[in-house]
Design a protein around this ligand. Sequence first.
Ligand code: DX5
Ligand code: ZN
Length: 238
Amino acid sequence: MSIIAPSILSADFTKLGQELKDVETAGADWIHIDVMDGHFVPNISYGPIIVEACKKATSLILDVHLMIEKPDLMIPQFAKAGADLISVHAEACPHLHRTIQLIKSIECARYKNSENRANTNIKAGVALNPATPLSAVEWIIDEIDFILIMSVNPGFGGQTFIESTIQKIKELSAMIQNSGSNAIIQVDGGVGLETIGKIAEAGASSFVAGSAIFKTDDYKATIKMLRDKACLVDETLA
Ligand code: DX5
Ligand code: ZN
């Protein structure tokens, strides 16, 4: 399974609606929305109103990555705006278990009227900065839907992939298997044609790519190439 999630941080904001439609047509799976508060990370991006705008422009899953302090205060607003998945940083959550329970307790707007789904709530992820050890998720791994491994220091698009991430993904993959958790691994930062193969091989299945997609002219060709490189590994391992 390979989930390609374009990060709108690198999109052209003068035509965000069109950019969203274009990546949807091009075969993207999720839309990754990087929320930055200028405190947890040294940059400010956007808040719930952009999530709401994305919801109107695309039917894809909205994957909201909160790089903010005190996320508990904002989670209900992002949920209301249309988030399907919400990830918070372990480094920003002194009561991570409580924060995860909060996310998972909120009904997802997409599934509100669906009768044939066992779980209609928002899915929860925990993000880890490059220097944060995997032990930060060890005691919550059964509670979460995904772990977001940052492969750059969060705050900006277009940075170089940090190579030690590969070993970290491999160890996380083993940790997930040993625990019996259903969590999947998402990788964010410096994901592109050069790196996606080894990231997939290490055990990730959700790939966030900002500049690697939005800075190209042909989104469809790029997403296909990214998926092919990730799936090639899927097939080799099968
Ligand atoms: C970094 C963000 C990433 C970023 C990825 O703080 O979380 O999602 O947009 O950008 P690229 O793919 O350009 O490294
Ligand atoms: Zn992100």
